[in-house]
Design a binder for this molecule. Structure first.
Ligand code: FES
Ligand code: FES
Length: 161
């Protein structure tokens, strides 16, 4: 059976056919060439594949593509501005050296985005709690938490401009 899938990804509308068992990660990476979304565990444990669906974080490795019908999706590719300026969360991850191999980084950034959209001034404990579904196999958690704190500061300053 083939299903028609219409959704918006990073502000752009898409219409394509997919199989009922296609995961969102497969469709994003293989059909839309949005391979910033990483796939690691494929069983909803590591958070590498985190994207936002209607502003809520989901694991794209187990979220079926057809469940996204009619929804608004945001992937890491959708964060930077049209002129190439990085989103404050992306910049903060660079500034704090919050990655080593970088494989977990897109999922970490999308998880941080969902946190800061809901809670612009999280405490360190709130950051750690929110991000505990995202595993960094290089175990660089200290700079990741610092990056989310820095991003919160940067976003707060931007919102006051
Ligand atoms: S690849 Fe999706 S949670 Fe690990
Ligand atoms: S930086 Fe390597 S998995 Fe996180």
């Amino acid at each position: 059976m083939v299903l028609n899938l219409q959704f918006t990804v990073n502000g752009k509308p898409w219409s394509l056919d997919c199989e009922p068992a296609d995961t969102l990660a497969e469709v994003l990476r293989n059909r839309l060439n949005l391979n910033g979304t990483k796939v690691s565990c494929e069983v909803e444990v590591c958070g590498a594949c985190t994207v936002l669906v209607d502003n809520l974080p989901v694991s794209a490795c187990t979220y079926l593509a057809y469940e996204a019908r009619g929804k608004n999706l945001l992937t890491v590719e959708g964060l930077e501005k049209a002129d190439g300026t990085l989103h404050p969360i992306q910049q903060a991850f660079i500034d704090e050296f919050a990655f080593q191999c970088g494989y977990c980084t897109p999922g970490m950034i999308m998880a941080a985005k969902s946190l800061l959209d809901e809670n612009p001034k999280p405490t360190r404990d709130e950051i750690i709690h929110h991000m505990d579904g995202n595993i960094c196999r290089c175990t660089g958690y200290v700079p990741i938490v610092a990056a989310v704190e820095r991003a919160a500061d940067m976003m707060s300053k931007e919102s006051k401009k």
